[in-house]
Design a protein around this ligand. Structure first.
Ligand code: PLP
Length: 367
């Protein structure tokens, strides 16, 4: 990587559009051939990332008016809209463009009926049971997302809309490919049964995102069990992953500003931190890094350095919670070296609290 072109002290997100395209091709090859592949914008809404993914995916999944503007600017071929608190203005903008809305409540459905001209819609359903486990579970449990399965009758009685399918996004960061395939088959079966019971002409089954990566071990979900899923004629099976498409196309690089040992623990203090990359703090895990050695040292005094030591990678914020990694072993680390955090292309910058302490933002380098 071209570190020399980054400003010092280094603090940067690097996004690789070739990696985005390669990952998308890999995912497509693992899905049933007729499946529709959308990218969930919330994982990373950087315009260059969206531009690349809008080109190679069938469309983008959005959850706000802001994401709608980004998706349009990126040239999305198709947009679908979910999200539990859509405003009338957002719904009107969505109806204007004719995009498919995943409806989250009976009240939202009535508002759509009032604003639109008998539009096609998809009902997001919080089903009675869930077959999947990951870092977050959205259905089969009390959440603000979707319509409780027991209230489907009320939803399907709302006049002025045309229900064409179901949205069943259930989990984030699932690592079990066989379980995911079983979940998708179950979604197709449930949708067919439910549509038949309620007289719905089923055209869309959206199984959401949730393909997982394990940040600590480096493992990823094996999607190959999904390939043989049979999709009924006339039904569009939609996948809308975020994390799995973007995670491995991003790196966060932060220079070691200071290196010190207090009360027996060694801290690498970075130009950066959780205000740029909040995920490890939010989820309570240690994000692994690699050391990029930087040999030049401009000062006449000895360079702070450690060898064969466990270090905590911490940020520049004035709080002890600004921790990216605890206790990772390093062979050697010096002030002025760079720590490189891989797999930070999804839910990195986008979920972080950028304004806290008002440090300069990172550079964004697009490859
Ligand atoms: C967040 C989200 C996704 C993407 O989830 P990942 O875990 O990043 O794959 C897809 N659909 C909906 C409705 C979401 O809220």
């Amino acid at each position: 990587m071209a570190w020399g072109t980054l400003r010092r002290p280094v603090c940067a997100y690097v996004y690789d559009t070739a990696a985005l395209r390669a990952r998308t091709a890999e995912v497509r090859a693992s899905l049933p051939p007729s499946a529709v592949l959308l990218y969930a914008v919330k994982a990373n809404g950087n315009p260059a990332v969206l531009g690349a993914l809008a080109e190679v995916c069938d469309g983008l999944e959005i959850a706000s008016g802001g994401e709608l503007a980004l998706a349009r600017a990126a040239g999305a071929k198709r947009i679908v809209f979910a999200g539990p608190a859509k405003t009338d203005a957002e719904l009107a903008a969505a109806l204007d463009t004719g995009m498919l809305i995943n409806v989250e409540s009976v009240h939202e459905l009535r508002r759509i009926a009032a604003l639109g001209d008998h539009p096609d819609v998809v009902l997001r359903v919080n089903r009675a049971g869930t077959a999947l486990h990951g870092s977050h579970t959205m259905t089969g449990t009390p959440t603000p997302f979707g319509i409780d399965e027991t209230q489907l009758g009320d939803a399907l009685a709302v006049p002025g809309v045309h229900v064409i399918g179901f949205h069943l996004h259930a989990v984030s960061n699932n690592l079990d490919g066989a379980a995911h395939a079983a979940f998708v088959r179950d979604c197709l079966d449930w949708s067919a049964r439910t549509a038949a019971a309620h007289g719905v002409d089923l055209r869309v089954v959206n199984v959401g995102g949730g393909f997982g990566v394990d940040y600590v071990t480096g493992a990823s979900i094996d999607l190959s069990p999904l390939r043989d899923i049979e999709v009924p004629d006339g039904v569009e099976l939609i996948f809308e992953p975020g994390r799995f498409l973007a995670a491995d196309a991003g790196w966060y690089a932060a220079e070691v500003i200071d290196l010190k040992t207090t009360h027996g623990r060694t801290f690498a203090v970075l130009r950066g931190g959780t205000h740029h990359f909040r995920l490890p703090a939010a989820w309570g895990y240690s994000h692994p890094f690699t050391v990029v050695p930087v040999d030049d040292w401009p000062h006449p005094w000895p360079r702070p350095s450690v060898t064969d030591t466990e270090v905590d990678a911490v940020g520049e914020l004035c709080t002890p919670r600004d921790v990216l990694t605890r206790g990772q072993h390093v062979d050697r680390l010096r002030a002025g070296d760079i720590l490189l955090f891989a797999r930070t292309g999804a839910y990195g910058w986008d979920i972080s609290h950028h304004e806290f302490l008002r440090h300069d933002p990172p550079e964004f380098m697009i490859l």
